[in-house]
Design a protein around this ligand. Structure first.
Ligand SMILES: Cc1ncc(COP(=O)(O)O)c(C=O)c1O
Length: 383
């Protein structure tokens, strides 16, 4: 059976060039970047070069990049680290209702453990947050605002530049979870007054378990992992040299190839969307059609159940997901779709198709051709 992988938002394969770049650091160049001998110095140089590559993709200063184990840790470091760094008194944090659980649960954690007031701002039916509503939720006691760039379930892009400006006007730090957007759309921390921004390696062709948090010079956070003082005291732990080299290479490749690769993905996403809507007229696209990432398509199939659809696609060798992969296993409908005002039934009928740089027109054609049968089988089953 030929397989089609359309779950690149959950994770995307390690790119061959990235694997080639990282392998020497798992074989002969195994030094600890903290050691002063030749092995250690080679590892340190590799980490420094990778930090430069990550910084270049974001238009940041390399000293503003803290290397982490991925998006979840970056989000936790931003939120818990920001709260831990401020004197008691600034005691509110503001997030949007459609954040990834790595943000929502970190925010919930500081509410429960640090006595921070948590304000969750809703979204419109397209899944977009209004920068005026964020500004209205911010007060003089606000420690941090955290709003994602591109949503992992719907692909909807938030007006983060406007939000960043409103926060800057109030002198409130702004964190942005850009895990799904980095490498898909240009991100320039120079142009946006963002204070912190999270990225994850395994969404852009590096392996799982590496990521970064951009922290603007002058923004203070308290380290959440203490020990050896690595990452200039902001994140202790022996550096994952091979993973970091991979992240750097993936960022460098994204910087040079992003324009073309994203245009291709957007075009294939449109073919998939049109194809599905043509053969299943009752299908509904969830999320913004005008502010969207190029690689994510979320479709509701009224009358069918998302989990059954995923399993039926899987039986044909097609990998897709229902809602967020990180909450898979739970039958709760997506908090993102519910926040957009969808009914439980509609939210539960959603399937996320997410494309990658390796997705081909033939794969999209085959998914379009097989979708009506899958939907028919699942609709019949749910009655
Ligand atoms: C928007 C978003 N934020 C954070 C994460 C978590 O990143 P990681 O898997 O690197 O921990 C994900 C992963 O799906 C994501 O999509």
């Amino acid at each position: 059976m030929t397989t089609v992988y359309l779950d690149h938002s959950a994770t995307t394969p390690v790119r061959p060039e990235v694997l080639d770049a990282m392998l020497p650091f798992l074989r002969d160049a195994y030094g600890n970047a903290g050691s002063i001998h030749a092995f250690g110095r080679a590892a340190r140089r590799a980490v420094d070069d990778a930090r430069d590559q990550v910084a270049a993709l974001l238009h940041a200063d390399p000293r503003e990049i803290v290397l982490t184990s991925g998006g979840t840790e970056s989000n936790n470091l931003a939120i818990r680290g920001a709260v831990a760094a401020v004197a008691p008194g600034r005691r509110r944090i503001v997030v949007s209702a459609v954040e990834h659980h790595a943000v929502l649960h970190a925010a919930e954690y500081v509410r429960a453990n640090d006595g921070v007031e948590l304000v969750v701002v809703g979204v419109d039916s397209m899944g977009r947050v209004d920068s005026d509503e964020i500004a209205a939720a911010v007060d003089d006691a606000t420690v941090l605002v955290s709003v994602m760039h591109g949503n992992n379930e719907t692909g909807t892009i938030q007006p983060v530049e406007a939000i960043a400006r409103r926060c800057a006007e109030r002198g409130v730090p702004f964190h942005c979870d850009a895990v799904q957007s980095v490498g898909k759309v240009p991100i320039d921390v120079d142009a946006w007054p963002v204070s912190m921004l999270s990225i994850s390696g395994h969404k852009l062709g590096a392996p799982k378990g590496v990521g970064a948090l951009y922290i603007r010079n002058g923004v203070s956070i308290a380290a959440q992992a203490v020990g050896g003082g690595q990452e200039r005291g902001r994140r202790a732990g022996t550096e994952n040299v091979a993973g970091i080299v991979a992240l750097g290479k993936a960022c460098e490749m994204a910087r040079t190839e992003m324009g073309e690769a994203s245009a291709r993905m957007a075009q294939l996403r449109d073919v998939l969307e049109r194809g599905i809507l043509n053969c299943i007229p009752q299908a509904q696209v969830n999320g913004s059609q005008s502010h969207r990432l190029p690689h994510i398509l979320n479709v509701g199939f009224p009358g069918a159940d998302g989990e059954s659809l995923v399993l039926a696609f899987d039986s044909l060798g097609i990998a897709v997901s229902s809602g967020s992969a990180c909450t898979a296993g739970s039958l709760d409908p997506s908090h993102v779709l519910l926040a957009m005002g969808l009914s439980y039934g509609r939210a539960q009928s959603a399937v996320r198709f997410s494309l990658g740089t390796t997705t081909t027109p033939a794969e999209i054609e085959s998914v379009v051709a097989r979708t009506p049968d899958v939907v028919r089988r699942c609709s019949a089953r749910s009655h």
